[in-house]
Design a protein around this ligand. Structure first.
Ligand SMILES: Nc1ncnc2c1ncn2[C@@H]1O[C@H](COP(=O)(O)OP(=O)(O)OP(=O)(O)O)[C@@H](O)[C@H]1O
Length: 363
């Protein structure tokens, strides 16, 4: 049984719809990452799941209970906790900050003391127990906010961009803590991030939210290798995206007329289909001679840009009006004597191209 299930979840503010028709299920013990660009509706979704807001339409079921306007939310909300993007700490000690949710619940002093110690130990902040919370660094504040969320022993934890305001070192530390806490407490987690790599490190599954729509839901690797549509590919940073129409298809191999040429790829498409082709720079093989390889696609092009992104060299090719980004190692760039203006040959296997229908088929 899923811990969270939504159907057609929609939220509008002043007649602007910021979340549309979201269907998702979160299983017990699962960590679901919601990724998407700024303004996509990630925080709105997480606020709805935390029962802080009432949706414009659609339904939410949490802990097997359908939530509607008449539902008493407090008992459900007491089984969950939320760490906000910019957590606020009270102008008191670390101990008092973490103890507060237990005091609100009227828990006895000695139990509070034990649970605060336990929560601070989980986030490795026990040494800071008497510090004034306002004197903490950003990473430390985030850890105290995490302890304050965990102190009530929630079953469900919501994390809204937990490392958005942190430097890389604190990000690593907070990510490691989140991961160990999830395991130690066997928590079900929904977290938002704008970073697919962070989602990959922390989440079991990823949902990609763009312009209020959940466009893809799956394993991070699946999203990385096979974006469901152009909007997902653009968000995760696929650099070569071509649009075209399928002109021929035979036994899983199809030809697309795109950028004035015939490109071959594998997939289940038929003539007349409109498709987008996603090509990763690392899948393009560069040579300086026009040797025909077994690859199905060959392009001759002039190097228009070269940049060092250690340990690789990135190159931009102009292949008769078609711009392609490719990468080679620094050694290969030196061996091939790659310079701006040089004519090179790019080859690409049909299997290295991922194709998706031109329209995002949501759900
Ligand atoms: N209470 C509100 N009233 C009006 N508009 C709102 C409200 N809350 C959010 N919005 C709008 O809804 C859209 C989605 O906002 P949301 O904060 O959910 O996006 P997000 O994906 O979390 O963005 P970010 O990554 O920048 O935090 C934005 O255009 C925002 O301005």
């Amino acid at each position: 049984m899923p811990i969270i299930e939504t159907s057609g979840l929609t939220q509008s503010y002043n007649e602007t719809t910021v979340l549309r028709d979201v269907d998702l299920k979160v299983e017990p013990g699962e960590t679901l990452g919601i990724i998407g660009p700024s303004g996509a509706g990630k925080s709105t979704l997480i606020r709805l799941l935390d029962l802080l807001e009432i949706p414009s339409s659609g339904s939410i079921s949490i802990f097997n209970q359908t939530v509607n306007n008449k539902t008493d939310r407090l008992p459900l909300r007491r089984r969950m906790a939320f760490v906000h993007q910019k957590p606020l700490v009270f102008t008191t000690s670390v101990f008092d900050n973490v103890a507060q949710p237990l005091r609100w619940r009227g828990i006895k002093k000695d139990v509070i003391k034990a649970q605060v110690h336990e929560a601070l130990a989980l986030v490795k902040m026990d040494a800071y127990i008497n510090r004034h919370a306002k004197t903490l660094s950003g990473g430390e504040t985030q850890r105290v906010a995490l302890a304050r969320a965990l102190v009530t022993r929630p079953e469900l934890l919501f994390l809204d961009e937990p490392t958005a305001n942190l430097d890389p070192q604190s990000t690593v530390m907070v990510e490691e803590l989140i991961s160990s806490v999830i395991q130690a407490r066997n928590l079900t987690v929904v977290m938002t991030t704008h970073d697919l790599a962070q989602g990959q490190r922390l989440a079991d599954r990823i949902g990609v939210l763009v312009a209020g729509k959940l466009l893809q839901l799956g394993q991070a690797q699946e999203i990385f290798m096979a974006p469901a549509c152009r909007a997902v590919a653009e968000f995760i940073g696929v650099e070569n995206i071509l649009s075209g129409t399928v002109t021929a298809a035979d036994n899983g191999l199809f030809t697309v007329a795109a950028a004035g040429r015939a490109i071959q790829a594998v997939g289940d498409f038929k003539p007349g289909d409109t498709v987008d082709l996603f090509i990763r720079p690392e899948d393009i093989v560069i040579s300086v001679t026009d040797d025909k390889t077994s690859a199905r696609n060959h392009f001759a092009g002039t190097i228009t840009r070269l940049s060092l992104v250690s340990p690789l060299v990135r190159l931009e090719l102009d292949a008769d009006g078609l711009t392609l980004m490719a990468v080679v190692t620094q050694q290969a760039a030196a061996d091939l004597e790659l310079v701006i203006g040089k004519l090179v040959f790019a080859s690409l296997k049909a299997t290295a191209i991922h194709a998706a229908r031109g329209v995002c088929l949501i759900k």
